[in-house]
Design a binder for this molecule. Structure first.
Ligand code: ADP
Ligand code: ADP
Ligand code: MG
Length: 463
């Protein structure tokens, strides 16, 4: 087993990793930016090393500085968390070249699955349904129009290197294809330094259903059930839950099998997620694979009782999976919400600043993942997600009631948050009935924001 692991990340996921390493008797070395000098993970880690200034490009994305810090601190492995360098094949390779383990899949697998168009081709070859789309990359606007016409509208122009909802544009008719093509390319070039795009037919009102996978180096591979991540705003997940009410046992089994096939086809080792969209008729289509620990991994942990980060670390250290498929029995119902420092009333603009007071809910079945404390600062330099609140209960209704109670208790002052917005979401009739798809949040936000404004006014809060 490893003795010391470098954490190349920050915020809540850094805390999650440090806690797990403590439990495993492994020392944690946190690489942090000058901006994060006062952050909780800096205090919690065994050792902390400043690797550069605030800008991510100079710190959390600075491969050379991270590898140097890891070597100087005698680490034997690097955990990238999610975001930042977690899906960067070059970084994974660099860590290895320097004699350390990268806690994630092999660089070749990251490269292959990071190219969403290539991943799509590989899935097709392995008999996994993919969304009807272009045959390979689309290189000119004229070709984009031709392909879109033949697919039928609406279509999505998607960046091969895309992630986090970026590099994707919709065209609802022929006139919009040109602009969608150019905008997607430009955004992908700016965000990922790669402008390649492909086309997919847009599935109407789908569910986003993903399966969690774990695989070791010895052919051991298991799936830990699904998560329904259809509650999205601008193609970014906001609320995630398991199990997914839209799946019949038969469909779940078919998708689980496809997820295992997908992982095997890519030579997958470590924790990973296979993402699908499911249409209203119950047809499912592969969209992409995320080759890292995901933001919403805790949902699966609450359902199965399996610590995914621990498994990731064990696998990277050359150990076999500690669980067999027959040991995995997801139970009860889990819901996770992402708490962001943002102002829903100002188009969800980030709201950085100092947190004057923070109180987190507790009790049975309530889990908080956060690096926030009273007096801590929310930096404008990084992602606005400041906490995840996860609840687990025997059934969905009980989980929703637990989530409401926990959100009522959760208090974060000093910055604007989406707490009230999420709370009001827990009262939407169709959500309660389990009748939602990826359009739900977009369609209900205006109503909820009006409601939130009225509540604030009634409570005597200005602004
Ligand atoms: P996931 O696929 O794990 O659900 P999302 O699709 O919501 O995650 O987000 C994708 C990407 O958005 C992440 O891989 C990361 O690049 C970025 N991201 C989201 N939250 C954070 C965060 N707290 N810190 C850094 N990056 C983040
Ligand atoms: P990213 O790499 O940014 O996570 P994805 O390919 O996973 O991009 O797509 C992000 C979201 O966009 C999905 O969760 C889903 O809600 C929506 N989406 C993606 N592809 C399609 C499609 N073909 N039809 C309908 N919705 C889609
Ligand atoms: Mg995705």
């Amino acid at each position: 087993m490893f003795r010391r692991i470098l954490i190349a990340n920050r915020g809540e996921i850094a805390m999650r990793l440090i806690r797990c390493m403590k439990e495993m008797g492994i020392e944690s070395v946190l690489a942090y930016s000058a901006e994060d000098a006062d952050s909780l993970p800096v205090q919690m880690a065994t050792e902390s090393v400043c690797i550069g200034p605030a800008a991510a490009s100079a710190s959390y994305l600075n491969q050379a500085a991270l590898v140097e810090a890891a070597k100087a601190a005698s680490c034997d492995a690097v955990h990238p968390g999610y975001g930042f360098l977690s899906e960067n094949a070059d970084f994974a390779a660099l860590v290895r070249e320097n004699g350390m383990a990268f806690i994630g899949p092999d660089p070749e697998t990251i490269r292959l699955m990071g190219d969403k168009e290539k991943a799509r081709e590989l899935m097709k070859k392995n008999g996994i349904p993919t969304v009807p789309g272009s045959d390979g990359l689309v290189d000119t606007a004229d070709e984009a129009v031709r392909v879109a016409d033949s697919l039928g509208y609406p279509v999505l122009v998607k960046a091969s290197a895309g992630g986090g909802g970026r590099g994707m544009r919709r065209a609802s008719c022929r006139d919009e294809v040109m602009a969608a093509y150019q905008d997607a390319r430009a955004e992908a070039q700016a965000a990922f330094g790669d402008s390649s795009v492909y086309l997919e037919k847009e599935i109407v009102r789908p569910h986003h259903i993903e399966f969690q996978i774990l695989a070791d180096r010895y052919g051991g591979i298991v799936q830990l059930g699904e998560r329904d991540c259809s509650m999205q705003r601008r193609r970014q997940k906001m609320i995630e839950e398991a199990p997914a009410g839209c799946l019949t046992p038969r469909l779940r089994a078919k998708m689980a099998k496809a997820a295992i096939t997908a992982a095997k086809a890519s030579g997958y080792v470590s924790a990973g997620t296979v993402e699908f969209v499911v249409d209203q008729q119950g047809n499912f289509y592969f969209i992409e694979m995320n080759t890292r620990i995901q933001v919403e991994h805790c949902v699966t942990e609450m359902e199965t009782g399996i610590d995914l980060v621990r498994e990731q670390i064990r696998i990277a250290a050359g150990m076999k999976l500690s669980v067999r498929q027959t040991d995995i029995h997801p139970a009860g119902h889990t819901i996770e919400v992402r708490i962001n420092a943002e102002d829903p009333q100002q188009a969800f603009a980030p709201s950085p600043g100092t947190i004057s007071f923070a109180h987190f809910p507790g009790g049975g079945g309530v889990r908080i993942e956060s690096a926030v404390y009273s007096g801590s600062r929310v930096s404008p330099f990084y992602d606005s997600m400041i906490a995840k609140l996860i609840v687990h209960a025997p059934g969905r209704q009980e989980a929703i009631h637990k989530m409401r109670a926990a959100l009522e208790e959760l208090t974060i002052e000093g910055v604007r948050t989406n707490i009230n917005y999420l709370y009001l979401m827990m009262f939407q009739r169709d959500y309660l009935l389990g009748q939602f798809d990826t359009s739900f949040i977009e369609e209900n936000t205006e109503k909820i924001l009006k409601w939130e404004k009225a509540c604030r006014k009634k409570a005597g809060l200005t602004g």
